[in-house]
Write a protein that binds this ligand. Structure first.
Ligand SMILES: *[C@@H]1O[C@H](CO)[C@@H](O)[C@H](O)[C@H]1NC(C)=O
Ligand SMILES: *[C@@H]1O[C@H](CO)[C@@H](O)[C@H](O)[C@H]1NC(C)=O
Ligand SMILES: *[C@@H]1O[C@H](CO)[C@@H](O)[C@H](O)[C@H]1NC(C)=O
Ligand SMILES: *[C@@H]1O[C@H](CO)[C@@H](O)[C@H](O)[C@H]1NC(C)=O
Ligand SMILES: *[C@@H]1O[C@H](CO)[C@@H](O)[C@H](O)[C@H]1NC(C)=O
Ligand SMILES: *[C@@H]1O[C@H](CO)[C@@H](O)[C@H](O)[C@H]1NC(C)=O
Length: 415
Protein backbone atom coordinates (compact mmCIF):
# COMPACT_ATOMS: atom_id res chain seq x y z
CA UNK A 1 0.00 0.00 0.00
CA UNK A 2 2.67 2.47 1.02
CA UNK A 3 4.73 1.42 -1.98
CA UNK A 4 1.74 2.13 -4.17
CA UNK A 5 1.39 5.61 -2.67
CA UNK A 6 5.09 6.16 -3.06
CA UNK A 7 4.99 5.08 -6.70
CA UNK A 8 2.03 7.27 -7.54
CA UNK A 9 3.69 10.16 -5.78
CA UNK A 10 6.78 9.55 -7.86
CA UNK A 11 4.61 9.41 -10.97
CA UNK A 12 2.90 12.63 -9.97
CA UNK A 13 6.20 14.37 -9.33
CA UNK A 14 7.57 13.22 -12.63
CA UNK A 15 4.40 14.36 -14.36
CA UNK A 16 4.45 17.83 -12.82
CA UNK A 17 8.12 18.32 -13.45
CA UNK A 18 7.67 17.30 -17.09
CA UNK A 19 4.78 19.70 -17.47
CA UNK A 20 6.76 22.48 -15.82
CA UNK A 21 9.87 21.91 -17.89
CA UNK A 22 7.85 21.61 -21.08
CA UNK A 23 7.96 25.36 -21.60
CA UNK A 24 9.94 28.31 -20.35
CA UNK A 25 9.69 32.08 -20.61
CA UNK A 26 11.80 33.69 -23.33
CA UNK A 27 11.00 37.37 -23.75
CA UNK A 28 8.26 39.97 -23.62
CA UNK A 29 7.45 43.51 -24.66
CA UNK A 30 4.78 45.82 -23.26
CA UNK A 31 3.77 48.93 -25.07
CA UNK A 32 0.98 51.41 -25.00
CA UNK A 33 -0.58 52.42 -28.24
CA UNK A 34 0.34 56.05 -28.44
CA UNK A 35 0.66 56.63 -24.73
CA UNK A 36 -2.68 55.29 -23.61
CA UNK A 37 -3.04 52.96 -20.66
CA UNK A 38 -6.18 51.23 -19.59
CA UNK A 39 -7.77 51.83 -16.22
CA UNK A 40 -8.37 49.03 -13.73
CA UNK A 41 -12.00 47.82 -13.92
CA UNK A 42 -12.45 49.47 -17.32
CA UNK A 43 -14.31 47.95 -20.27
CA UNK A 44 -10.92 47.32 -21.82
CA UNK A 45 -9.83 45.35 -18.80
CA UNK A 46 -13.00 43.28 -18.96
CA UNK A 47 -12.55 42.65 -22.71
CA UNK A 48 -8.93 41.69 -22.18
CA UNK A 49 -9.91 39.17 -19.53
CA UNK A 50 -12.48 37.64 -21.89
CA UNK A 51 -9.90 37.57 -24.65
CA UNK A 52 -7.25 35.84 -22.58
CA UNK A 53 -9.60 33.17 -21.32
CA UNK A 54 -10.93 32.55 -24.82
CA UNK A 55 -7.36 32.17 -26.10
CA UNK A 56 -6.52 29.77 -23.30
CA UNK A 57 -9.57 27.58 -23.90
CA UNK A 58 -8.90 27.43 -27.64
CA UNK A 59 -5.31 26.36 -26.99
CA UNK A 60 -6.54 22.84 -26.23
CA UNK A 61 -7.50 22.44 -29.89
CA UNK A 62 -4.95 20.80 -32.22
CA UNK A 63 -4.44 23.88 -34.44
CA UNK A 64 -1.89 25.48 -32.13
CA UNK A 65 -3.11 28.88 -33.29
CA UNK A 66 -6.12 31.07 -32.62
CA UNK A 67 -6.90 34.70 -33.19
CA UNK A 68 -9.95 36.59 -32.01
CA UNK A 69 -11.30 40.05 -31.30
CA UNK A 70 -13.44 41.01 -28.35
CA UNK A 71 -15.45 44.13 -29.01
CA UNK A 72 -17.94 45.83 -26.81
CA UNK A 73 -17.47 49.50 -27.49
CA UNK A 74 -15.18 50.85 -30.13
CA UNK A 75 -12.12 52.17 -28.27
CA UNK A 76 -12.11 49.10 -26.06
CA UNK A 77 -11.86 46.51 -28.82
CA UNK A 78 -9.04 44.12 -28.16
CA UNK A 79 -7.57 41.65 -30.65
CA UNK A 80 -5.31 38.84 -29.58
CA UNK A 81 -3.76 35.62 -30.71
CA UNK A 82 -1.49 32.83 -29.67
CA UNK A 83 0.78 30.57 -31.70
CA UNK A 84 2.27 27.36 -30.36
CA UNK A 85 5.41 25.84 -31.84
CA UNK A 86 4.48 23.34 -34.54
CA UNK A 87 5.68 20.27 -32.66
CA UNK A 88 3.82 21.11 -29.43
CA UNK A 89 1.03 18.84 -28.19
CA UNK A 90 -2.34 20.51 -27.43
CA UNK A 91 -1.86 19.81 -23.71
CA UNK A 92 1.51 21.56 -23.56
CA UNK A 93 0.23 24.31 -25.84
CA UNK A 94 -2.65 24.98 -23.50
CA UNK A 95 -0.47 24.98 -20.38
CA UNK A 96 1.91 27.36 -22.10
CA UNK A 97 -0.86 29.73 -23.24
CA UNK A 98 -2.42 29.65 -19.78
CA UNK A 99 0.94 30.53 -18.21
CA UNK A 100 1.54 33.21 -20.84
CA UNK A 101 -1.87 34.80 -20.15
CA UNK A 102 -1.08 35.11 -16.48
CA UNK A 103 2.48 36.24 -17.02
CA UNK A 104 1.56 38.90 -19.58
CA UNK A 105 -0.89 40.55 -17.17
CA UNK A 106 1.73 40.47 -14.45
CA UNK A 107 4.49 41.94 -16.62
CA UNK A 108 2.31 44.40 -18.51
CA UNK A 109 -0.34 45.38 -15.95
CA UNK A 110 -2.03 48.28 -17.76
CA UNK A 111 -0.67 48.42 -21.28
CA UNK A 112 -2.99 48.44 -24.25
CA UNK A 113 -0.75 46.12 -26.23
CA UNK A 114 1.74 43.46 -25.26
CA UNK A 115 3.48 40.38 -26.52
CA UNK A 116 5.09 37.51 -24.68
CA UNK A 117 7.19 34.62 -25.98
CA UNK A 118 7.85 31.27 -24.37
CA UNK A 119 10.01 28.64 -26.04
CA UNK A 120 6.90 26.82 -27.27
CA UNK A 121 4.24 29.53 -27.47
CA UNK A 122 3.67 33.19 -28.19
CA UNK A 123 0.75 35.33 -27.10
CA UNK A 124 -0.08 38.92 -27.95
CA UNK A 125 -2.93 41.39 -27.79
CA UNK A 126 -3.55 44.94 -28.86
CA UNK A 127 -6.32 47.52 -29.05
CA UNK A 128 -5.36 48.35 -32.62
CA UNK A 129 -4.24 46.51 -35.75
CA UNK A 130 -1.50 44.06 -34.95
CA UNK A 131 1.72 44.99 -36.72
CA UNK A 132 3.05 41.67 -37.98
CA UNK A 133 6.73 42.65 -37.91
CA UNK A 134 7.07 44.69 -34.69
CA UNK A 135 8.33 44.26 -32.03
CA UNK A 136 11.03 41.74 -32.80
CA UNK A 137 13.57 40.11 -30.51
CA UNK A 138 16.91 38.73 -31.70
CA UNK A 139 18.63 36.33 -29.31
CA UNK A 140 22.11 35.05 -30.02
CA UNK A 141 23.59 32.00 -28.32
CA UNK A 142 26.69 33.14 -26.44
CA UNK A 143 28.76 30.20 -27.70
CA UNK A 144 30.58 31.16 -30.85
CA UNK A 145 31.91 29.26 -33.79
CA UNK A 146 35.69 29.04 -34.32
CA UNK A 147 36.99 31.77 -36.63
CA UNK A 148 38.43 29.18 -39.01
CA UNK A 149 34.95 27.68 -39.44
CA UNK A 150 33.08 30.97 -39.87
CA UNK A 151 32.89 31.10 -43.63
CA UNK A 152 31.69 27.57 -44.00
CA UNK A 153 29.24 28.05 -41.11
CA UNK A 154 27.73 31.17 -42.70
CA UNK A 155 27.37 29.40 -46.01
CA UNK A 156 25.58 26.49 -44.34
CA UNK A 157 23.30 28.90 -42.47
CA UNK A 158 22.33 30.77 -45.57
CA UNK A 159 21.47 27.59 -47.46
CA UNK A 160 19.64 25.94 -44.62
CA UNK A 161 17.70 29.04 -43.61
CA UNK A 162 16.51 29.49 -47.17
CA UNK A 163 15.49 25.83 -47.23
CA UNK A 164 13.73 25.70 -43.92
CA UNK A 165 11.84 28.98 -44.35
CA UNK A 166 10.85 28.00 -47.89
CA UNK A 167 9.65 24.66 -46.59
CA UNK A 168 7.66 26.26 -43.75
CA UNK A 169 6.03 28.62 -46.20
CA UNK A 170 4.82 25.85 -48.50
CA UNK A 171 3.07 23.91 -45.73
CA UNK A 172 -0.71 24.00 -45.98
CA UNK A 173 -1.67 23.58 -42.32
CA UNK A 174 0.82 24.87 -39.80
CA UNK A 175 3.46 26.90 -41.57
CA UNK A 176 6.16 25.10 -39.66
CA UNK A 177 9.29 23.26 -40.72
CA UNK A 178 12.50 21.92 -39.26
CA UNK A 179 15.72 20.80 -40.88
CA UNK A 180 18.98 19.21 -39.84
CA UNK A 181 22.41 19.13 -41.35
CA UNK A 182 25.65 17.51 -40.24
CA UNK A 183 28.10 20.34 -39.82
CA UNK A 184 30.98 18.04 -38.89
CA UNK A 185 31.00 14.29 -38.42
CA UNK A 186 30.09 14.80 -34.77
CA UNK A 187 28.04 18.02 -34.82
CA UNK A 188 24.56 18.45 -36.24
CA UNK A 189 22.86 21.80 -36.74
CA UNK A 190 19.11 21.97 -36.17
CA UNK A 191 16.86 24.56 -37.79
CA UNK A 192 13.28 25.62 -37.24
CA UNK A 193 11.00 28.12 -38.98
CA UNK A 194 7.38 28.98 -38.33
CA UNK A 195 4.92 31.57 -39.57
CA UNK A 196 1.35 32.39 -38.48
CA UNK A 197 -0.75 29.86 -40.42
CA UNK A 198 -3.46 32.13 -41.86
CA UNK A 199 -0.97 34.63 -43.38
CA UNK A 200 -0.32 34.80 -47.09
CA UNK A 201 2.82 33.23 -48.49
CA UNK A 202 4.15 36.61 -49.55
CA UNK A 203 3.85 38.16 -46.10
CA UNK A 204 5.46 35.10 -44.51
CA UNK A 205 8.20 35.25 -47.11
CA UNK A 206 8.85 38.92 -46.24
CA UNK A 207 8.81 38.11 -42.54
CA UNK A 208 11.32 35.28 -42.94
CA UNK A 209 13.55 37.51 -45.08
CA UNK A 210 13.44 40.18 -42.35
CA UNK A 211 14.21 37.64 -39.67
CA UNK A 212 17.21 36.35 -41.62
CA UNK A 213 18.20 39.97 -42.22
CA UNK A 214 18.47 40.57 -38.46
CA UNK A 215 21.05 37.82 -38.05
CA UNK A 216 24.17 39.75 -39.12
CA UNK A 217 23.53 42.41 -36.47
CA UNK A 218 22.69 40.23 -33.52
CA UNK A 219 24.20 36.88 -34.06
CA UNK A 220 27.19 36.92 -36.35
CA UNK A 221 29.35 33.96 -35.33
CA UNK A 222 26.92 32.65 -32.70
CA UNK A 223 26.50 28.91 -32.61
CA UNK A 224 22.79 29.42 -32.24
CA UNK A 225 20.24 32.15 -32.73
CA UNK A 226 16.55 32.81 -32.27
CA UNK A 227 14.77 35.61 -34.09
CA UNK A 228 11.31 36.27 -32.75
CA UNK A 229 9.01 38.36 -34.92
CA UNK A 230 5.28 38.43 -34.10
CA UNK A 231 4.37 36.90 -37.45
CA UNK A 232 7.21 34.41 -37.77
CA UNK A 233 10.28 33.05 -36.06
CA UNK A 234 13.44 31.21 -36.93
CA UNK A 235 15.94 29.39 -34.78
CA UNK A 236 19.03 27.24 -35.14
CA UNK A 237 21.21 25.50 -32.58
CA UNK A 238 23.76 22.73 -32.38
CA UNK A 239 21.36 20.62 -30.37
CA UNK A 240 17.83 19.33 -31.06
CA UNK A 241 15.69 21.99 -29.38
CA UNK A 242 12.42 20.69 -30.86
CA UNK A 243 10.75 17.32 -30.63
CA UNK A 244 12.33 15.35 -33.46
CA UNK A 245 9.97 12.41 -32.96
CA UNK A 246 6.93 14.59 -33.74
CA UNK A 247 8.58 16.39 -36.59
CA UNK A 248 9.90 13.35 -38.45
CA UNK A 249 6.55 11.58 -38.32
CA UNK A 250 4.82 14.40 -40.15
CA UNK A 251 4.76 14.36 -43.93
CA UNK A 252 6.63 17.33 -45.34
CA UNK A 253 4.03 18.46 -47.81
CA UNK A 254 0.66 16.78 -47.41
CA UNK A 255 -0.03 15.57 -50.96
CA UNK A 256 -3.74 16.33 -51.09
CA UNK A 257 -4.66 16.16 -54.73
CA UNK A 258 -6.66 19.39 -54.92
CA UNK A 259 -4.01 21.67 -53.47
CA UNK A 260 -1.11 19.89 -55.07
CA UNK A 261 -0.76 22.19 -58.04
CA UNK A 262 -0.87 25.24 -55.84
CA UNK A 263 1.77 23.73 -53.62
CA UNK A 264 3.92 22.99 -56.60
CA UNK A 265 3.45 26.49 -57.85
CA UNK A 266 4.40 27.93 -54.48
CA UNK A 267 7.33 25.56 -54.18
CA UNK A 268 8.66 26.79 -57.48
CA UNK A 269 7.75 30.40 -56.87
CA UNK A 270 9.65 30.72 -53.62
CA UNK A 271 13.04 29.66 -55.01
CA UNK A 272 12.43 31.90 -57.99
CA UNK A 273 11.76 34.83 -55.70
CA UNK A 274 14.87 34.04 -53.73
CA UNK A 275 16.88 33.78 -56.92
CA UNK A 276 15.40 37.06 -58.04
CA UNK A 277 16.45 38.71 -54.85
CA UNK A 278 19.92 37.30 -55.24
CA UNK A 279 20.20 38.72 -58.65
CA UNK A 280 19.14 42.13 -57.61
CA UNK A 281 22.23 42.95 -55.75
CA UNK A 282 24.58 41.40 -58.25
CA UNK A 283 23.54 43.88 -60.84
CA UNK A 284 24.31 46.78 -58.62
CA UNK A 285 27.88 45.81 -58.91
CA UNK A 286 27.71 45.84 -62.64
CA UNK A 287 26.38 49.34 -62.56
CA UNK A 288 29.12 50.30 -60.18
CA UNK A 289 31.68 48.72 -62.44
CA UNK A 290 30.34 50.45 -65.48
CA UNK A 291 30.57 53.81 -63.83
CA UNK A 292 33.97 53.13 -62.34
CA UNK A 293 35.59 51.66 -65.41
CA UNK A 294 35.83 48.11 -64.23
CA UNK A 295 37.22 48.07 -60.78
CA UNK A 296 37.86 44.70 -59.24
CA UNK A 297 34.58 44.01 -57.49
CA UNK A 298 33.77 40.35 -57.82
CA UNK A 299 31.33 38.37 -55.81
CA UNK A 300 31.72 34.69 -56.05
CA UNK A 301 29.90 31.76 -54.67
CA UNK A 302 32.35 31.25 -51.87
CA UNK A 303 32.35 34.75 -50.44
CA UNK A 304 29.86 34.08 -47.71
CA UNK A 305 30.69 36.38 -44.83
CA UNK A 306 27.95 38.87 -44.12
CA UNK A 307 28.85 42.50 -43.89
CA UNK A 308 27.39 45.71 -45.09
CA UNK A 309 30.41 47.19 -46.78
CA UNK A 310 29.81 47.90 -50.40
CA UNK A 311 26.11 48.46 -49.91
CA UNK A 312 26.37 52.21 -50.32
CA UNK A 313 27.68 51.72 -53.83
CA UNK A 314 24.52 49.89 -54.81
CA UNK A 315 22.24 52.77 -53.99
CA UNK A 316 20.34 54.60 -56.67
CA UNK A 317 18.97 58.10 -56.15
CA UNK A 318 15.18 58.23 -56.13
CA UNK A 319 15.39 61.27 -58.41
CA UNK A 320 17.32 59.26 -60.99
CA UNK A 321 14.75 56.49 -60.91
CA UNK A 322 11.87 58.95 -61.16
CA UNK A 323 13.53 60.57 -64.15
CA UNK A 324 14.10 57.17 -65.75
CA UNK A 325 10.49 56.03 -65.30
CA UNK A 326 8.79 59.40 -65.89
CA UNK A 327 7.79 59.42 -62.23
CA UNK A 328 6.44 55.88 -62.34
CA UNK A 329 4.04 56.77 -65.13
CA UNK A 330 1.43 54.26 -66.23
CA UNK A 331 2.92 54.46 -69.68
CA UNK A 332 6.14 52.97 -68.30
CA UNK A 333 4.44 50.35 -66.22
CA UNK A 334 5.16 46.91 -67.59
CA UNK A 335 3.50 44.78 -65.00
CA UNK A 336 2.20 44.19 -61.55
CA UNK A 337 3.37 41.38 -59.29
CA UNK A 338 2.46 40.36 -55.78
CA UNK A 339 5.28 42.45 -54.38
CA UNK A 340 4.58 45.62 -56.32
CA UNK A 341 4.57 47.19 -59.77
CA UNK A 342 7.36 46.96 -62.33
CA UNK A 343 8.31 49.84 -64.62
CA UNK A 344 10.57 50.12 -67.58
CA UNK A 345 12.99 53.01 -67.47
CA UNK A 346 15.96 54.56 -69.20
CA UNK A 347 18.80 55.96 -67.14
CA UNK A 348 20.52 59.20 -68.06
CA UNK A 349 23.37 57.19 -69.59
CA UNK A 350 20.91 55.41 -71.90
CA UNK A 351 20.88 52.10 -70.05
CA UNK A 352 17.51 50.37 -70.00
CA UNK A 353 16.34 49.20 -66.61
CA UNK A 354 13.41 47.41 -65.02
CA UNK A 355 12.36 49.00 -61.76
CA UNK A 356 10.46 47.07 -59.16
CA UNK A 357 8.66 49.34 -56.75
CA UNK A 358 7.88 47.27 -53.68
CA UNK A 359 4.61 47.78 -51.88
CA UNK A 360 5.16 49.65 -48.64
CA UNK A 361 3.30 46.95 -46.76
CA UNK A 362 5.06 44.06 -48.39
CA UNK A 363 8.45 44.78 -46.94
CA UNK A 364 10.22 45.45 -43.77
CA UNK A 365 11.94 48.59 -42.58
CA UNK A 366 14.96 50.27 -44.04
CA UNK A 367 17.48 48.49 -41.88
CA UNK A 368 16.20 45.07 -42.72
CA UNK A 369 15.99 45.98 -46.37
CA UNK A 370 19.66 46.90 -46.51
CA UNK A 371 20.66 43.92 -44.39
CA UNK A 372 18.75 41.74 -46.74
CA UNK A 373 20.39 43.34 -49.72
CA UNK A 374 23.80 42.77 -48.13
CA UNK A 375 22.99 39.16 -47.51
CA UNK A 376 21.82 38.74 -51.06
CA UNK A 377 25.00 40.18 -52.45
CA UNK A 378 26.88 37.53 -50.63
CA UNK A 379 24.48 34.85 -51.65
CA UNK A 380 24.34 35.65 -55.27
CA UNK A 381 25.76 33.04 -57.52
CA UNK A 382 23.78 32.77 -60.72
CA UNK A 383 23.03 35.67 -62.95
CA UNK A 384 19.53 35.06 -64.16
CA UNK A 385 18.39 38.66 -64.32
CA UNK A 386 20.97 41.14 -63.20
CA UNK A 387 20.22 43.28 -60.23
CA UNK A 388 21.80 46.67 -60.61
CA UNK A 389 21.00 48.12 -57.24
CA UNK A 390 18.31 49.44 -54.99
CA UNK A 391 16.83 52.66 -53.73
CA UNK A 392 15.64 53.37 -50.25
CA UNK A 393 14.33 56.86 -49.72
CA UNK A 394 11.40 57.83 -47.52
CA UNK A 395 8.77 55.17 -47.95
CA UNK A 396 10.17 53.95 -51.25
CA UNK A 397 11.80 50.55 -51.48
CA UNK A 398 12.91 49.91 -55.02
CA UNK A 399 14.94 47.24 -56.75
CA UNK A 400 16.64 48.06 -60.03
CA UNK A 401 17.30 45.35 -62.59
CA UNK A 402 18.84 45.22 -65.97
CA UNK A 403 16.10 45.37 -68.58
CA UNK A 404 15.81 42.32 -70.79
CA UNK A 405 13.53 42.96 -73.75
CA UNK A 406 12.28 39.42 -74.25
CA UNK A 407 9.83 37.44 -72.21
CA UNK A 408 12.27 35.99 -69.73
CA UNK A 409 12.15 39.07 -67.57
CA UNK A 410 8.45 38.59 -66.87
CA UNK A 411 9.14 35.15 -65.58
CA UNK A 412 11.47 36.48 -62.95
CA UNK A 413 9.61 39.60 -62.07
CA UNK A 414 6.17 38.11 -61.83
CA UNK A 415 6.82 34.45 -61.18
C1 LIG B 1 -0.22 59.58 -31.65
O1 LIG B 1 -0.69 60.77 -31.05
C2 LIG B 1 -0.33 61.95 -31.73
C3 LIG B 1 -0.80 63.15 -30.93
O2 LIG B 1 -1.77 62.80 -30.00
C4 LIG B 1 -0.94 61.92 -33.15
O3 LIG B 1 -0.57 63.08 -33.88
C5 LIG B 1 -0.43 60.67 -33.87
O4 LIG B 1 -1.05 60.57 -35.13
C6 LIG B 1 -0.75 59.41 -33.08
N1 LIG B 1 -0.14 58.27 -33.71
C7 LIG B 1 -0.78 57.12 -33.86
C8 LIG B 1 -0.01 56.03 -34.53
O5 LIG B 1 -1.92 56.94 -33.50
C1 LIG C 1 -12.59 47.08 -9.17
O1 LIG C 1 -13.88 46.58 -8.90
C2 LIG C 1 -13.95 45.81 -7.72
C3 LIG C 1 -15.36 45.25 -7.61
O2 LIG C 1 -16.27 45.97 -8.33
C4 LIG C 1 -13.58 46.66 -6.53
O3 LIG C 1 -13.60 45.89 -5.34
C5 LIG C 1 -12.17 47.19 -6.74
O4 LIG C 1 -11.82 48.05 -5.68
C6 LIG C 1 -12.07 47.93 -8.04
N1 LIG C 1 -10.71 48.31 -8.25
C7 LIG C 1 -10.34 49.53 -8.63
C8 LIG C 1 -8.89 49.79 -8.76
O5 LIG C 1 -11.16 50.40 -8.87
C1 LIG D 1 -12.72 29.52 -28.67
O1 LIG D 1 -13.02 30.86 -28.42
C2 LIG D 1 -14.34 31.26 -28.77
C3 LIG D 1 -14.47 32.73 -28.48
O2 LIG D 1 -13.53 33.44 -29.19
C4 LIG D 1 -15.34 30.47 -27.97
O3 LIG D 1 -16.64 30.83 -28.38
C5 LIG D 1 -15.12 28.99 -28.21
O4 LIG D 1 -15.96 28.24 -27.38
C6 LIG D 1 -13.68 28.63 -27.90
N1 LIG D 1 -13.44 27.24 -28.24
C7 LIG D 1 -13.04 26.36 -27.33
C8 LIG D 1 -12.86 24.97 -27.79
O5 LIG D 1 -12.87 26.67 -26.18
C1 LIG E 1 -14.83 47.73 -32.55
O1 LIG E 1 -15.77 46.70 -32.72
C2 LIG E 1 -17.02 47.15 -33.21
C3 LIG E 1 -17.97 45.97 -33.21
O2 LIG E 1 -17.40 44.86 -33.86
C4 LIG E 1 -16.81 47.76 -34.58
O3 LIG E 1 -18.07 48.23 -35.08
C5 LIG E 1 -15.85 48.91 -34.48
O4 LIG E 1 -15.57 49.43 -35.76
C6 LIG E 1 -14.56 48.44 -33.86
N1 LIG E 1 -13.70 49.61 -33.62
C7 LIG E 1 -12.46 49.68 -34.05
C8 LIG E 1 -11.71 50.93 -33.70
O5 LIG E 1 -11.93 48.78 -34.67
C1 LIG F 1 -0.47 52.27 -15.08
O1 LIG F 1 -0.37 53.39 -15.93
C2 LIG F 1 -0.01 54.61 -15.26
C3 LIG F 1 0.02 55.71 -16.30
O2 LIG F 1 -1.28 56.01 -16.70
C4 LIG F 1 1.31 54.47 -14.57
O3 LIG F 1 1.64 55.68 -13.91
C5 LIG F 1 1.20 53.36 -13.56
O4 LIG F 1 2.43 53.16 -12.93
C6 LIG F 1 0.74 52.08 -14.21
N1 LIG F 1 0.45 51.10 -13.23
C7 LIG F 1 1.15 50.00 -13.11
C8 LIG F 1 0.72 49.05 -12.06
O5 LIG F 1 2.10 49.75 -13.84
C1 LIG G 1 23.95 27.54 -26.86
O1 LIG G 1 24.68 26.59 -27.58
C2 LIG G 1 25.23 25.55 -26.78
C3 LIG G 1 26.07 24.68 -27.67
O2 LIG G 1 25.29 24.23 -28.76
C4 LIG G 1 24.12 24.77 -26.08
O3 LIG G 1 24.64 23.79 -25.24
C5 LIG G 1 23.25 25.75 -25.30
O4 LIG G 1 22.15 25.07 -24.75
C6 LIG G 1 22.76 26.86 -26.19
N1 LIG G 1 22.03 27.85 -25.42
C7 LIG G 1 20.76 28.12 -25.68
C8 LIG G 1 20.16 29.19 -24.85
O5 LIG G 1 20.11 27.53 -26.51
Amino acid sequence: MSIFIFLSLLGFLRFTSEAASAFSFTSHSCSTSNGTYFEPNSTFQANLNVLLSSLTSNASLPDGYYRTTVSASSPSNVTGLFLCRGDTTPAVCQSCVAAASMEITRRCPNQTESIIWYNVCMLRYSNRDLNPLVPYVPLGNISTIAISERDRFDAVLVNMLNDVTGKANTQTGKKFATAEVDFTSSETLYFLAQCIPDSSNSICYSCFRSAIGFLPDCCSGSKGATILVPLCNIRYEFYPFYNRAVVSSEPLVPPTSGSRNILLLVATLVPVLVALALLVVGCCFLRKRASKKYNTYTFTEDSTGIDLSGIESLKFELAAIEAATKKFSDENKIGQGGYGAVYKGILANGQEIAVKRLLATSLQGALEFTNEAALMVKLQHRNLVRLLGFCLEGQEKILVYEYIPNKSLDKFLFG
